[in-house]
Design a protein around this ligand. Structure first.
Ligand SMILES: Cc1ncc(COP(=O)(O)O)c(C=O)c1O
Length: 382
């Protein structure tokens, strides 16, 4: 959870620049006479696209907003269906509901992400897109899923909220489908407090999203903003200059954060090696996960619960698994009526699977005793 762990003087210095050189303009558009060349959000987008090898990037106000804007840019709405996976954060399903489409969830496989076999069963004539989540930083069986979507002519949105910097077949997560979405909330690898980003394969989707997230403004250079041209309605999901400035500073630190994560994760993995009773989450061939958490399973739920209880007493918490399913598992979301949970007893297989797992937070500033406490907890219960 390095986001807030790595915020320091660098971000503050960058923020000060907005006031010293940029005239204090916090809006991403216009006011050139006051701000000179200080366009933080524009620069953050450009640098993000370069870093993660995409042609088009759009910064927005949150990761949830990024999902909503992605759906709008693909023209998804009423009478459409969008499929995602049962193990995700509630935002993924909320964005689908907000778009007017019907959310449908699949079971998960041993990668703890979308199960391709169940995806095929759930596709209907109304399915327009899937939201593939790289849940807790690790990719799923993308090759199989992409094949299915290509054959069925279905768009792929990758929810890369946790997966920034992860790689699948030599490509960054978030650049494998039509659109990738990212979150910069307080808990993510890099943070802007609240914030999000989209990466696009096609210019037409980028342009639609750019306008839609800004009330439909096309930012036509031939006319002033108050006379701007428009082709559709939209909403306001703009990122502020404050977030943009923090984002640029955070992005500069990205490689060092990512590498430190990997190093710290490997230290813990080394400790786990000797415990033959646990099983690591499945990582597809040719992929590198974002190393922002470490997930393994026990033989049963009781052992996972016991691990958490003892670990907690030692001063550390697990992360989402096994304790926080009410916000991260679609089978619990009876409050979202569009999922029709009451009628159907859904995602039983997924629940059985995730309940056996424990997820450990990988810290940027890891205490020396953290790996030792993990090891001693495992010794105690196995
Ligand atoms: C899988 C997933 N998607 C989307 C989001 C939403 O991101 P944000 O908090 O920036 O709105 C989150 C947040 O944790 C998430 O875990």
């Amino acid at each position: 959870m390095p986001g807030f762990e790595t915020i320091d003087k660098q971000e503050l210095k960058h923020l000060k620049k907005i006031f010293q050189n940029g005239g204090g303009v916090l809006f991403r558009h216009g006011f050139e006479n006051i701000r000179g060349s200080s366009f933080q959000v524009n620069e953050f987008e450009k640098k993000f696209a370069q870093k993660f090898k995409s042609k088009y990037a759009l910064a927005v106000s949150s990761g949830t907003a990024a999902l909503r804007v992605a759906l709008a840019s693909l023209g998804i709405g009423k009478n459409d269906e969008v499929i995602t996976q049962s193990f995700t954060f509630v935002a993924t399903v909320e964005a689908i509901v907000e778009s007017g489409a019907k959310p449908v969830c699949t079971e998960i496989d041993n990668t703890l992400n979308m199960c391709p076999v169940d995806l095929l069963k759930k596709i209907s004539k109304k399915t327009k897109a899937i939201i593939l989540v790289h849940m807790l930083g690790s990719p799923g069986n993308i090759t199989k899923i992409k094949k299915i979507c290509k054959r069925k002519k279905i768009f792929i949105i990758e929810d890369t909220a946790w997966g920034i910097g992860g790689i699948y077949n030599n490509k960054f997560l978030g650049t494998l489908g039509d659109i990738g979405t990212f979150s910069f909330d307080f808990a993510k690898t890099i943070t802007t407090g609240e914030g999000g980003m989209l990466l696009f394969k096609k210019k037409q989707h980028f342009l639609k999203a750019k306008a839609w997230h800004d009330h439909g403004h096309e930012n036509n250079p031939k006319v002033p903003r108050w006379e701007d041209t428009r082709n559709s309605s939209g909403f306001n999901y703009r990122m502020t200059e404050l977030q943009g400035a923090v984002g640029i500073s955070q992005l500069k630190k990205f490689d060092s954060i990512f590498n430190k994560h990997k190093k710290n994760k490997n230290i813990i993995l080394n400790k786990l090696k000797k415990f033959k009773e646990i099983r690591l989450r499945e990582l597809p061939n040719n992929s590198i996960d974002a190393s922002e958490s470490l997930i393994f399973s026990f033989k049963n739920h009781n052992l996972a619960k016991k691990f958490r209880k003892i670990f907690f007493k030692k001063g550390y918490s697990t992360k989402i698994l096994p304790e926080a399913l009410s916000w991260h598992f679609a089978g619990k979301w009876t409050h979202i009526k569009e999922l029709n949970l009451k009628k159907n007893n859904l995602y039983k297989e997924s629940l059985k699977k995730i309940k056996k797992h424990v997820s450990l937070q990988i810290f940027y500033k890891m205490n020396d005793d953290y790996p030792k406490k993990i090891e001693s907890t495992l010794k105690e219960i196995l």
